[in-house]
Design a protein around this ligand. Structure first.
Ligand code: CP
Length: 306
């Protein structure tokens, strides 16, 4: 079996069989990451460019490691210090880089649809590493992988995504992927940070943490984007923490321990208390490790079979 598309732009429309293929392929690469020699040859002779027009720590390093572990040649591009500052367009930048004979492009950009746009102007395989508020598919996949690793299955698992759903590409990719895999997905946050009609995606909507805490196996806590406060979407970080920040005291109301996830970077003691982030039920660093395996799987499946 192979993926239907030559590109990974989002998890919307990706079938259960394809998601399972990616997760199963990642499981075999995850095992390689624990070996003393972590390098395998499948992408030998391929060149991958990481085009990052936005800041990133986890995703950029994780993609680069995954590419090197698969023996690809790797080129990193950051918009700061490039000819973008002289006014060069995304299309010109990408076409000039492709003229240097590259095979795959990983792109992070603030514009929703930027990865999709590249599929129309380049021949390379395109992987979306986060495009504005739209999708962050490899984050969704690594979150699903981490949950499957912990619980054995995603079928019937109760996962709540907490925070700023409106501006979150992580939430969107998680919702599409988890629902396709048979999980029960809920979202929780202030009404100003949850789009209307989310129920039509198949999620349950909550506006009080106390109501959802007894109902979940795992929380995926989103970073509160600090610039949103300036736009008046919530009154203060203190108030956000009081009502929507996850703390040990609040989750103690659950009958059994709740798994804690966060895509990073964390605003400690705003959306998530430091003791929960570092606590025994947190899988936040496992998410980061699994991210390398997921990116290896996606690069491998697109680079060798598509
Ligand atoms: N989770 C995530 O995308 O983190 P970075 O912004 O550091 O890549």
């Amino acid at each position: 079996m192979k993926l239907k598309s030559r590109h990974l732009l989002g998890l919307d429309g990706v079938s259960k069989e394809e998601l399972t293929l990616i997760l199963d392929t990642a499981a075999s690469f995850r095992e390689i990451l624990d070996r003393p020699i972590k390098k395998v040859p499948p992408l030998q002779g391929k060149t991958v460019v990481n085009l990052f027009f936005e800041s990133s720590t986890r995703t950029r390093i994780s993609f680069e490691l995954a590419e090197r572990r698969l023996s690809a040649d790797v080129v990193n591009f950051a918009s700061s210090g490039s000819s973008v500052s002289k006014g060069e367009t995304l299309k010109d930048t990408a076409r000039n880089i492709e003229a240097m004979k590259i095979d795959m492009v990983v792109i992070r950009h603030s514009a929703p649809g930027s990865a999709h746009f590249l599929t129309r102007v380049l021949d390379a395989n395109i992987i979306n590493a986060g495009d504005g508020w739209h999708e962050h598919p490899t984050q969704g996949l690594l979150d699903m992988y981490t949950l499957r690793e912990k619980f054995g299955t995603l079928e019937g698992l109760r996962v709540c995504i907490v925070g700023d759903i409106t501006h979150s590409r992580v939430a969107r990719s998680n919702i599409f992927g988890l629902i396709t895999m048979g999980a029960h997905v809920s979202i929780c946050g202030p009404t100003t940070l949850i789009p209307r009609d989310m129920e039509h995606l198949g999620v349950k909507v909550y506006h009080r943490l106390e109501d959802v805490i007894p109902e979940v196996d795992a929380f995926n806590v989103l970073r509160i984007q600090l610039e949103r406060q300036a736009s008046g979407l919530f009154p203060s970080l203190r108030e956000y923490h009081r009502f929507f920040g996850l703390t040990k005291e609040k989750v103690a109301a659950a009958r059994k321990p709740i798994t804690i996830m966060h895509p990073g970077p964390i605003n400690r003691d705003v959306e998530l208390s430091a003791d929960l982030a570092d606590g025994e039920h947190s899988v936040i660093l496992q998410q980061v490790t699994n991210g390398v395996a997921i990116r290896m799987a996606v690069l491998y499946l697109l680079g060798t079979t598509n």
